[in-house]
Design a protein around this ligand. Structure first.
Ligand code: GUN
Length: 294
């Protein structure tokens, strides 16, 4: 078994980006500027956005964190998005999901200028991705592709089973793994809550990508010998014996599945840090595109 070490690879990527930013500074160019909007005070979302902003500082980007109360109306959020769309200093921005229920997430995604949509969630960018056109690829699937590439994992002709059809991970992942090229060229099955015989389908997978959010859902007896196992789940399980009052666990019973897998991502330290690294990569791309437009 080889560990797909997202922490290590994400640090390498951040160092590469930092070197790029240093060159930009030497040339007297503006450095990339990422803004993040967070609505409400969900603990996990605040942690993720905090890491995104800190990572910007680490690589030399400018960053802005915009915190709005959980009572924010849809109109107020859309107004803020319009401001960021026309703010020439901001190269890219994200609106952290999920949003409070009074806000229509689809309207929010549609309001973001596709040129600044470093999450790759806008239909223009999602469509381009599906059509193999150059665009912003959603950070979590992009991070998984990068891990597969850096560890030279063979995906051609393999059966990839994606668990979960969210717009953020499962759906784009299923498209990307079936694309021409590498990583890709897989035969993909996208499974979800309505899938019949899901355990039987998973047992046929050469590559399993689980984005379900159910702790320890994937057990050793469900996976094939030498399967590649990618765990996207990050669930906080309450535990009073821990300092923070919880511990983090993935969708995969790591202790047992790791004995059978050929490659596996840990949680924490697998897909999570890769997501942040790829958001930075998208922001660097947004800056380069912004500069060439001006
Ligand atoms: N919530 C969970 N993952 C993500 C992500 O990649 N981007 C945004 N904006 N929200 C998220």
């Amino acid at each position: 078994m080889e560990l797909l070490d997202g922490k290590k690879v994400s640090n390498e990527i951040k160092e590469e980006i930092k070197a790029e930013v240093a060159k930009m500074k030497e040339r007297g160019e503006k450095v990339p500027h990422l803004a993040a909007i967070i609505v409400g005070s969900d603990g996990a979302s605040l942690t993720y956005v905090g890491s995104k902003v800190r990572s910007c500082e680490r690589v030399g980007f400018e960053s802005s964190l915009i915190q709005m109360p959980s009572t924010t109306s849809e109109q107020e959020l859309l107004k803020k998005i319009k401001e960021l769309n026309v703010d020439d200093d901001i190269d890219g921005f994200i609106v952290q999901l999920p949003l409070p229920e009074q806000i229509d997430t689809q309207k929010v995604i549609m309001a973001v200028d596709p040129d600044k949509d470093v999450d790759g969630f806008h239909p223009t960018n999602f469509g381009k991705m599906a059509l193999d056109m150059s665009t912003f690829i959603p950070a979590t699937p992009f991070g998984i592709l990068e891990l597969l590439e850096r560890y030279k994992v063979d995906t051609k002709g393999k059966h990839t089973v994606v668990i979960g059809r969210s717009h953020i991970v499962g759906r784009p992942m299923s498209i990307l793994m079936g694309r021409r090229g590498w990583p890709g060229n897989s035969t993909v099955t996208l499974t979800h809550s309505q899938t019949k015989n899901i355990t039987q389908i998973i047992s046929q997978a050469d590559i399993v990508i689980s984005a379900l959010g159910v702790p320890k859902f994937l057990k050793a007896e469900m996976v094939k010998d030498d399967a590649v196992v990618i765990d996207v789940g990050i669930t906080r399980v309450p535990d009073e014996t821990r300092e923070k009052g919880y511990y983090i666990t993935g969708d995969v019973d790591f202790e047992n599945v790791s004995k059978k897998a050929s490659y596996i991502t840990p949680v924490p330290g697998g897909v999570g840090p890769m997501t942040i690294a790829m958001l930075l990569k998208n922001t660097l791309l947004a800056r380069e595109r912004h500069r060439s437009r001006n």
